[in-house]
Design a protein around this ligand. Structure first.
Ligand SMILES: NC(=O)c1ccc[n+]([C@@H]2O[C@H](COP(=O)([O-])OP(=O)(O)OC[C@H]3O[C@@H](n4cnc5c(N)ncnc54)[C@H](OP(=O)(O)O)[C@@H]3O)[C@@H](O)[C@H]2O)c1
Length: 310
């Protein structure tokens, strides 16, 4: 990409899209296009077609999706399947018709089969069934990755996908009903600190292992991929390293400044023992994440204090 290339960021207000937008702005890219949902509802095929035909973006990042926690994914499977298929089909096909130079589709690790070996290598995708709780989301994401892959094979379109690991950072969703583990922990410990609670209860034994990456790193990885020759149809974006939920919980408590006791409720389920991406492909391409967990968590908590708490 040149600094004046026309770049469309779909989903620029979301956690990932906003980090890509910030990164592009900080790196001096000047010709950035983004639209709010009110200006361009990505479910509307004719509006998306007209937008591409008139704007003619050269590069496209797809960070727009219907995203939610486990509860929303389970309850609204039809909405998750329909909306994600519709959004990505509209964007990817319009990009194809308008000869976009390169497109990067943001997928998710839920595309991996539920019993996949760890760490998860890209070639394990479609070797088994996805986790039933997010089957609809996984089917949609696999379809988006496959549409990019098939367009590359059939038409030579330079369309590719990345599969980021669990992300955290500014603009995350801190709503307790709908949030991922990291923002939920930040909020829980913050509220316990403010309310001077002596204990905080945590789910399970704390032994499962999980991987977390900052949205600054995901934006950096996306930009790296956009500016590199496409070697793979899809690549994991992660550290390839994980920590236990217990270690994570203790680190969040420390960063937030909660000095009470953490009580593990082992009657609650742990979930799967390990979920970790294999980072070999990106490492071989010459990219690695940079933001250490403590540093990223501290920045996220500062953002939470400034933007979410009152
Ligand atoms: N968060 C993670 O931990 C994580 C991890 C791996 C992969 N990813 C992937 O990264 C992508 C973005 O995730 P995120 O966490 O950034 O989600 P997010 O914060 O919910 O952002 C999604 C964005 O898509 C927009 N959008 C949704 N439906 C739309 C529509 N019909 N028309 C126009 N815009 C629409 C939303 O607009 P509004 O602002 O109007 O709602 C929002 O800006 C997803 O594909 C996700 O699978 C995320």
């Amino acid at each position: 990409m040149n600094k004046d290339s026309k770049i469309f960021i779909a989903g620029h207000k979301g956690m990932v899209g906003s980090s890509i937008l910030r990164k592009l702005q900080n790196e001096g890219y000047t010709n950035l296009v983004f639209k709010t949902r009110e200006e361009l509802n990505l479910l509307d095929q004719s509006k998306v077609k007209n937008f591409f035909a008139s704007e003619k973006p050269e590069y496209v990042f797809i960070a727009a999706a219907k995203v939610g926690g486990i509860k929303a994914n389970m309850t609204y499977q039809a909405d998750f399947l329909y909306e994600n298929l519709q959004i990505q089909n509209n964007l990817i096909w319009s990009a194809h018709e308008n000869k976009v130079k390169k497109l990067l589709f943001l997928s998710s690790t839920c595309v991996y089969p539920k019993d996949t070996p760890q760490p998860m290598k890209e070639e394990y995708i479609m070797t088994g069934l996805p986790e039933p709780t997010n089957e609809a989301y996984a089917v949609a994401k696999i379809s988006g990755m496959k549409l990019c892959e098939k367009l590359r094979q059939q038409y030579g379109d330079d369309f590719t996908s990345c599969i980021p690991t669990n992300l955290y950072g500014v603009n995350d969703n801190f709503d307790l009903e709908n949030s991922h583990v990291m923002p939920a922990l930040i909020r829980k410990f913050h509220e316990a600190k403010i309310n001077k609670q002596p204990t905080v209860s945590a789910w399970g034994t704390g032994s499962p292992r999980r991987e977390f990456m900052s949205t600054e790193d995901v934006a950096d990885g996306c930009l790296f991929l956009m500016n590199s020759e496409t070697v793979y149809d899809y690549v994991n974006l992660g550290w390839g390293e994980d920590i236990t939920i217990k270690e994570l919980t203790e680190l969040v408590a420390e960063v937030v400044g909660f000095d009470g006791e953490i009580v593990w409720d082992s009657t609650k389920p742990d979930g799967i023992a390990r979920k970790l991406t294999d980072a070999t492909r990106m490492t071989q391409l010459g990219w690695k994440p940079k933001v250490e967990l403590r540093e990223g968590l501290t920045a996220t908590y500062e953002w939470y204090l400034a933007n979410v708490t009152h």
